[in-house]
Design a protein around this ligand. Structure first.
Ligand code: BEZ
Length: 211
């Protein structure tokens, strides 16, 4: 069955370009992102892994450990990384899992047979420090992901894990947020001393509380 939000991210042991990892142990108390790509030496994937590498500081700032998956073997990954570094002007600085037996792909339901019998689709799982799945995304092979959007969602997930707020459409870090419906307006005024704007009784906004 497909993994759902709130499920524990399956644990596994796998060979990667940075050695063997035991996934849960490797995550420790960090947030994590595990994401799959269809195959090595393909153009869209090359740009995606290059972009992820160039955003290293952004992932680190948010305390997120990143690991990529494909069903290609380790020697192929190592050769491909040379091309990624050369063409995307970066240094791949996160592990790529060599999932030749599809163990991880199957655990995370990353192979969608109606899209491809063999290759993984572009799946993204964001995992919280409690090892629970906080976000899933699935893109087809033909569409490269927007990694700025992934960082934006991580900002929202990390904010809403700590405050009783939700983030509106297209929200960006630093913008006003929404007080969750479970908080009464009376309590909201106490909880959010920067002020509560009551647009409708069910739509109340407040400046981002941790800014
Ligand atoms: C790519 O990464 O470029 C790609 C992979 C599979 C199908 C289409 C594009």
């Amino acid at each position: 069955m497909a993994l759902r939000l709130g499920d524990i991210a399956p644990d596994f042991t796998a060979e990667t370009t940075e050695g063997t990892i035991h996934f849960h142990e490797w995550l420790g108390n960090s947030w994590g992102m595990i994401f799959s790509h269809p195959a090595d030496f393909t153009p869209v994937c090359t740009t995606e892994l290059g972009r992820t590498a160039s955003l290293k500081d952004e992932f680190e700032k948010r305390g997120v450990k990143v690991v990529a998956v494909s069903v290609d073997p380790l020697d192929s990954h190592h050769e491909w990384i040379k091309d990624i570094n050369e063409t995307q002007n970066t240094t791949v600085n996160f592990p790529l899992i060599a999932d030749h037996d599809r163990k991880v792909a199957e655990l995370y339901d990353m192979i969608h047979p109606n899209a491809s019998e063999k290759a993984t689709v572009r799946s993204v799982f964001i995992i919280g420090p409690d090892k629970k799945i906080k976000l899933t995304l699935t893109y087809p092979a033909s569409t490269g992901r927007n990694f700025f959007e992934i960082l934006r969602v991580i900002d929202s997930l990390q904010l809403t894990a700590n405050y009783q707020v939700a983030t509106p459409a297209d929200w960006q870090e630093g913008e006003d947020v929404i007080v969750v419906p479970a908080v009464s307006t009376e309590d909201a005024v106490k909880k959010f001393p920067k002020g509560v704007n009551i647009v409708k009784p069910y739509l109340r906004t407040t400046p981002q509380p941790n800014k």
